[in-house]
Design a protein around this ligand. Structure first.
Ligand code: URA
Length: 197
């Protein structure tokens, strides 16, 4: 079986879709083969694209706060993204995030599949609809599917799946009360995932 280090090298040279052309680099994962919880995000953001590591920017800070409140050590989890290259459009000097299209999720899927096969997590947390689609191979509506453990999932080698919101959706909330309430919901979903370990 391929080792994670070899897989990361292959991902670094990925040309499966056009996103590699504009991105700084492919952003692979952090974590190790022994992690029992896999967290799947959407795609690297601006910071992650530059630093080459998932969830090191503003969304990562929200995720860290939620993990802390849920009693989960970041280093105990394996963090990756559904799509490994940053998709964006340029507006002047700024690079504005663009959601990956289904074709990007599909092009990147073999990497995620290989990660699941190597890590063999007990639970996979999908952070947002893109991650849900990548992991389950079908469209996912967060509002309808969050709050429960999806068990015996073939696509994850039997690992339970938890669907939750993407941490970056909290960054758009201007009202402090709304933010706190959404953070609490994210924490509740992460606790649910931890209960399946
Ligand atoms: N958003 C994601 O989905 N993944 C990251 O790595 C950073 C932001």
């Amino acid at each position: 079986m391929t080792k994670l280090s070899e897989l990361r090298e292959e991902i670094a040279g990925c040309r499966r879709c056009e996103l590699y052309r504009e991105a700084t680099q492919a952003v692979t994962s952090v974590g190790n083969t022994r992690a029992r919880m896999m967290l799947v995000g959407e795609q690297p953001g601006d910071r992650e694209d530059v630093e080459g590591e998932p969830f090191v920017g503003p969304a990562g800070r929200v995720l860290d706060a939620a993990l802390r409140s849920a009693g989960i050590e970041r280093s105990d989890a394996y963090l990756t993204n559904a799509v490994k290259h940053f998709r964006f459009e340029r507006r002047g000097k700024r690079r504005i995030h663009r959601k990956p299209a289904v074709e990007h999720i599909e092009a990147c899927h073999p990497w995620l599949e290989a990660e699941v096969a190597i890590v063999r997590p007990r639970v996979v947390v999908c952070l947002g609809a893109t991650a849900g689609r990548a992991v389950l191979g079908r469209p996912v509506r967060i509002g309808e599917e969050r709050g429960g453990l999806i068990e015996d999932v073939d696509e994850t080698g039997g690992a339970a799946v938890v669907i939750t919101t993407h941490p970056s959706s909290l960054l758009r909330l201007r009202d402090r009360g709304d933010y706190d309430a959404e953070l609490e919901r994210l924490v509740t979903d992460l606790r649910l995932a931890a209960s399946a370990l």
